[in-house]
Design a protein around this ligand. Sequence first.
Ligand code: FES
Ligand code: FES
Length: 153
Amino acid sequence: MKIKFKLNGVFTEVYVEPHETLLNVLRDRLKVRSVKYGCGVGECGSCTVLLDGEPVPSCLVVAAKVDGSEVTTPDHIAQTELGKVIVDSMLEEGAIQCGYCTPGFLVTIYAALARGVRNVDEIRKAIAGNICRCTGYVNILKAVKKILERVGS
Ligand code: FES
Ligand code: FES
């Protein structure tokens, strides 16, 4: 079947199989490689995208159900003013090593800030579903503190 949705603000049409996930369609059909395949079962957060403004693991979303929706991916968020603050802060605090998890953290932190969250504990809860195998979480939380200093209240 063909679905139509808004991808990073652009109306997009793509053919999908009934069993395909949004993750597969983004990476394999639309070549959006900023969305990462990790566990494939909703446990690592590396495939997180915004679906109608909410962070979701795209590996658990049936692509056919995205018809008529709006999807925002990490590469797009990274170009925004807020996205740049997040990425810069993560780089400065050593919160990025291999970088595989970073797009998922970017989307999740961005979504929390966009809905008005302005404290570390709330963001810590928001990123509980994002796994980083390299840095541990100390540097990520340092980055979160720096992000909050920069975005203000
Ligand atoms: S690949 Fe989707 S949550 Fe791990
Ligand atoms: S930086 Fe490597 S998994 Fe997080």
